[in-house]
Design a protein around this ligand. Structure first.
Ligand code: HCR
Length: 380
C-alpha cells in the first residue's frame, strides 16, 4: 500500500489519497498513502513521547500533598503532548503515516539520568496486528514511578478531516511518602487530522480527557483548536478537583499545550507559568542497530525506512511487501503447528479492574470495561 509514483501533493495523488481514506473506516493502517506522507518510523516508537521529559516524569512523586502531586502529574502529561501530536510536523514538515508494526515488534529505549532523577526505561510491544495495538511500559525505579498502557485507534472521515478516537488508557503508578502506590488513570484525547485537502496534515486535539487518581482527585482537560475558547490552535483548559466534585476546581490552568500555559482563576500563583513547551524534549536512546534483536523495530524496518528516507519508494515498497508476506507465512505456520503467537513482554488482561475502579470515580468517564496489558515480571 505504498503508491510510489504519486508526485508530492499532486492533484491526482491527493484525490486518490482521499478516496483511500474514505474507503477505510475504523483502521487507517491499511490505507494507501501517497509517498509524500510516509514516515520511516513505526508506530511502536510512539510510546517514547511519554518519556521525553524524564525530570517531570520523576517529579510525579514530589509534592507536599495529593493536590500538589496531581499538579505535577498534570504538568508531565501536558508536557508530553507537544511531542505526541506536533513532532512530525517539526521534524518532517507535516503529520505522516507511520509504519504499521508487525505482531511482536519491540521498541526498547532509555533516557539516562541527567540531573540525578534516575534512569527511565521504555519497553513497547506490538500486541496485536489487526487491529493494531501497542502496549508500553516506562519506569524510573529510582524515583518510584512507572507508566503502563496500550494504544489503538478508531477512525472516521468527515470529508475534510479524519477523526481519530483513541482506544486504550495509561496507568501511572507513583510510590508515595508511606511507600504505598498511588494510581493515576490517564484517558486520551480525540484527535482530528486537519489540512488533508492541502496535502499538509496536522493534528488538533478536541474533547475532554481525564487523569483520575486513587488519591481522590481528578484533573479534567478540555481541548480546543483555533476559534474556540482562546482563538489559538492547540489550546486547553484544565481543572484539578476532588473526584466527587469535578466542577469545583482547586486549581485551574489554561493556555496552549504546544506553547505556554498559566495558572488561572482561583489557583494559587495566578497568572504564573504552569508549563512552557519550548523546554527541551529529550529523545529516547536506543542500542546501535547491530546490537538490536531481530524483532526490534528499527531492525525490522531498516530497509523500508532507508528507502523512504532516500526517496526510493520502489525499494521501500518492495521491502514492505517482503515483510508483510513473511508475516502472513508466520501466522499460517503458527496455525498449522497449533502454536499461536505469544506476547513477549506483556500479559493481556481482558477486563482491567484497576481501570474500571478509577474510571467509575470520575463522572466524565463513560462506565465501560477495558482491556489492560501488564508488563511481565522481569527475571533479573
Ligand atoms: C492517527 C495516527 C496513528 C496514531 C498516532 C497516535 C494516536 C499513537 C499513540 C500516540 O501516543 C499518539 C499518537 C499520535 C499521532 O498523532 C497519531 C497518528 C497521526 C496520523 C496516524 C494515522 C494512522 C496516519 C494518517 C495518515 C495521514 C493522513 C497523516
Amino acid at each position: 500500500d505504498v503508491s510510489p509514483r504519486s508526485g508530492p501533493c499532486s492533484r491526482s495523488s491527493t484525490l486518490q489519497f482521499l478516496k483511500s481514506i474514505a474507503s477505510v473506516s475504523g483502521d487507517l493502517s491499511s490505507m494507501t498513502a501517497p509517498s509524500f506522507i510516509l514516515s520511516p518510523v513505526s508506530l511502536t516508537e510512539y510510546p517514547s513521547y511519554w518519556g521525553e521529559h524524564p525530570e517531570l516524569f520523576a517529579a510525579c512523586t514530589k509534592g507536599a500533598d495529593d493536590v500538589e502531586r496531581m499538579c505535577n502529574v498534570l504538568r508531565w502529561f501536558i508536557a508530553t503532548l507537544k511531542g505526541q501530536y506536533t513532532s512530525r510536523n517539526t521534524s518532517m514538515g507535516s503529520e505522516k503515516k507511520p509504519l504499521n508494526p508487525v505482531l511482536g515488534e519491540l521498541f526498547l529505549g532509555t533516557w539516562p539520568s541527567q540531573n540525578d532523577e534516575g534512569e527511565t526505561t521504555l519497553v513497547a510491544e506490538q500486541v496485536s496486528h489487526h487491529p493494531p495495538i501497542t502496549a508500553y511500559h516506562l519506569a524510573n525505579e529510582k524515583a518510584g514511578v512507572s507508566l503502563e498502557g496500550h494504544s489503538a485507534q478508531k477512525t472516521s472521515f468527515t470529508g475534510r478531516s479524519i477523526i481519530v478516537k483513541q482506544i486504550g488508557h495509561a496507568m501511572l503508578r507513583v510510590k508515595n511518602a508511606e511507600g504505598k502506590e498511588d494510581l493515576y488513570l490517564i484517558t486520551l484525547p480525540t484527535l482530528g487530522i486537519e489540512g488533508i485537502l492541502w496535502g499538509a496534515p496536522y493534528i488538533e486535539l478536541s474533547g475532554t480527557s481525564y487523569i483520575s487518581s486513587s488519591t481522590g482527585y481528578t484533573a479534567t482537560i478540555n481541548y480546543a483548536g483555533k476559534g474556540y475558547f482562546s482563538g489559538k490552535a492547540h489550546s486547553f483548559k484544565a481543572g484539578i478537583a476532588p473526584s466527587a466534585q469535578p466542577t469545583h476546581p482547586l486549581y485551574s490552568i489554561e493556555g496552549e499545550w504546544a506553547g505556554v500555559s498559566k495558572y488561572k482563576g482561583k489557583a494559587p500563583g495566578k497568572d504564573t507559568t504552569f508549563w512552557d513547551a519550548s523546554s527541551e524534549r529529550r529523545e529516547v536512546q536506543v542500542k546501535p542497530l547491530a546490537e538490536q534483536g531481530d524483532m526490534e523495530s528499527r531492525k525490522v524496518w531498516a530497509k523500508t525506512a532507508e528507502g523512504i528516507r532516500a526517496g526510493n519508494f520502489d525499494a521501500a515498497s518492495k521491502d514492505k511487501t517482503r515483510i508483510e508476506n513473511e508475516q502472513r507465512q508466520k501466522r499460517k505456520d503458527e496455525t498449522a503447528a497449533g502454536t499461536p503467537h505469544q506476547l513477549e513482554m506483556f500479559v493481556h488482561i481482558p477486563e482491567d479492574q484497576e481501570y474500571t475502579k478509577l474510571a467509575a470515580a470520575t463522572s466524565g468517564i463513560k462506565p465501560t470495561t477495558e482491556d489492560g496489558y501488564r508488563r511481565k515480571p522481569r527475571v533479573h
